[in-house]
Design a protein around this ligand. Structure first.
Ligand code: HEM
Length: 118
């Protein structure tokens, strides 16, 4: 079977998904306050390269690992679930199928202990 990277539409598809994901976060009252001081194009680029690299694509992710990126933020369960909801919505918006959504959900959920309450 082709890589998850390919099934998400390659670099172009994942870049669009990552951009939509960050836009959804900015419109989500549970998450938006976390990004008031962020450089949004930089966040979109980090999200895209993180995902391209993590799903078998050619990008090299040069950002922080998930533990260091979120340490000290004291992110709670509700915020974590809100991010997962936005991720599923961004995938749907880009026409990604159920199987791929489940794979992404499983990958993201696996990062929970590095992100919540650290
Ligand atoms: C599985 C879930 C998540 C993933 C995969 C993820 C991924 C990332 C990545 C790749 C970065 C960039 C790190 C860097 O630039 O070095 C980042 C930064 C950040 N994340 Fe997350 N994140 C997740 C969950 C969350 C949650 C639940 C929150 C809070 C609601 C959150 C808030 C932030 C903030 C505020 C930043 C810093 C943005 C900036 O640089 O201005 N993240 N995250």
């Amino acid at each position: 079977m082709s890589s998850l990277y390919e099934r998400l539409g390659g670099t172009e598809g994942i870049t669009a998904i990552a951009s939509d994901l960050v836009d959804l976060h900015l419109g989500n009252p549970r998450i938006a306050p976390r990004y008031v001081e962020s450089d949004i194009p930089r966040v979109k680029n980090a999200a895209a390269t993180f995902f391209i690299a993590g799903t078998g694509g050619p990008s090299v992710y040069e950002g922080k690992d998930m533990l260091s990126a979120h340490r000290g933020m004291n992110i709670d369960n509700e915020e974590f679930m809100a991010v997962l909801d936005d991720a599923m919505e961004a995938l749907e918006k880009n026409g990604i199928g159920q199987r791929e959504k489940e794979e992404v959900l499983s990958i993201l959920y696996g990062m929970k202990s590095d992100i919540v309450h650290v």
